[in-house]
Design a protein around this ligand. Structure first.
Ligand SMILES: C[S@@+](CC[C@H](N)C(=O)[O-])C[C@H]1O[C@@H](n2cnc3c(N)ncnc32)[C@H](O)[C@@H]1O
Length: 176
């Protein structure tokens, strides 16, 4: 599979389970992170079915295309690798919510555009353990970066890093 932004899908930490399953666009955000950061009005990039809710409204691909449908409110975005730049651009235009980025791909155009437009950037000190479509843990293949847009999300990322330091802490850079 080709990755447009040069993201390396496997790391030495990749579990056997993930290798067996193969890499896909679907690696679910664990519920504790959603609960700690939420509530969100919209998650525009979801598989057809999910074991839990990430937002009040969810766009389930392919029936609902998050790149075409309008976005409203505070958005949670864990974008599919295959459409990273298009989703990042739509998030920047929207300007409210949080996008999850791969900490091993900080040089990509998508990441750089997000950093430029952000109100806060949280470099997480622990890797997120993503889940499969059934909610079972897959692995923690790469370090994550949470990027907030707008003043509300700037404050929320800062609070998250302090209040949930053990699980979701890290270093936060804020725009003043
Ligand atoms: C990394 S997963 C994130 C799932 C979920 N949003 C979460 O945070 O747990 C990205 C999902 O986006 C879906 N997707 C791909 N293209 C999409 C599109 N154009 N519109 C909406 N979702 C899409 C993929 O099928 C994949 O399941």
């Amino acid at each position: 599979m080709a990755y447009r932004f040069g993201i390396t899908p496997y790391t030495p930490h990749t579990s056997k389970k993930v290798k067996k399953a193969g890499w896909s666009d679907t690696y679910l955000t664990p519920l504790p992170l959603i609960k700690a950061l939420g509530p969100f009005d919209l998650d525009p990039a979801c598989p057809p079915e999910m074991p839990w809710r990430t937002a009040r409204r969810m766009f389930h691909f392919p029936k609902q295309d998050g790149l075409i449908l309008p976005w409203r409110g505070r958005v949670w975005l864990n974008p599919p690798f295959s459409k990273m730049k298009a989703f990042a651009q739509k998030m920047i235009e929207h300007g409210s919510g949080v996008i999850l980025l791969n900490g091993r791909a900080t040089e990509t155009r998508a990441s750089q555009l997000c950093f430029e437009a952000s109100s806060a950037v949280l470099l997480m000190s622990k890797r997120i353990r993503f889940c499969d479509r059934k909610g079972e843990e897959l692995g923690a293949w790469f370090p994550s970066i949470l990027v907030g847009f707008g003043s509300e999300d700037r404050d929320r990322l800062y609070d998250l890093s302090i209040l949930k330091r053990d699980e979701f802490g890290g270093t936060v850079f804020k725009r003043l």
